[in-house]
Unconditional design. Structure first.
Length: 115
């Protein structure tokens, strides 16, 4: 994270780096980054998450939010928990970084298409 964030040049229209909640994951030797200004709230128990009990029954539980990092903070996540981000006017960014080459493969605003 430190290497990426110390060498990143944000695209035109992006907010300052500390304005984003930043998620990183590794997949096939590359680091993927999702930056967003949105915070996902914890989901209610009736959302559909269940916890297995010792008696083989299931109990509804609160679903953890996968994108609950506050702007200005950052977190490594498992690839399967990596949040999809999108927004308007560069409120979300997607990056891909090659740590071996120490180079960005892409860095772009993840803008939603609104019809």
């Amino acid at each position: 994270m430190d290497e990426i964030e110390s060498s990143i040049t944000l695209p035109p229209g992006a907010l300052p780096l500390q304005s984003y909640a930043r998620y990183y994951t590794e997949h096939r030797g590359l680091v993927h980054g999702a930056y967003t200004t949105e915070i996902e709230e914890e989901r209610p128990p009736d959302y559909g998450c269940e916890e297995a009990q010792l008696d083989n029954s299931y109990k509804p539980v609160a679903c953890p939010a996968s994108a609950d990092v506050r702007p200005g903070s950052r977190r490594w996540v498992k690839f399967e928990d990596y949040p999809a981000v999108g927004g308007l006017d560069c409120s979300a960014l997607q990056i891909e970084f090659d740590p071996k080459a120490k180079a960005f493969i892409y860095l772009e605003c993840a803008e939603l298409i609104v019809d």
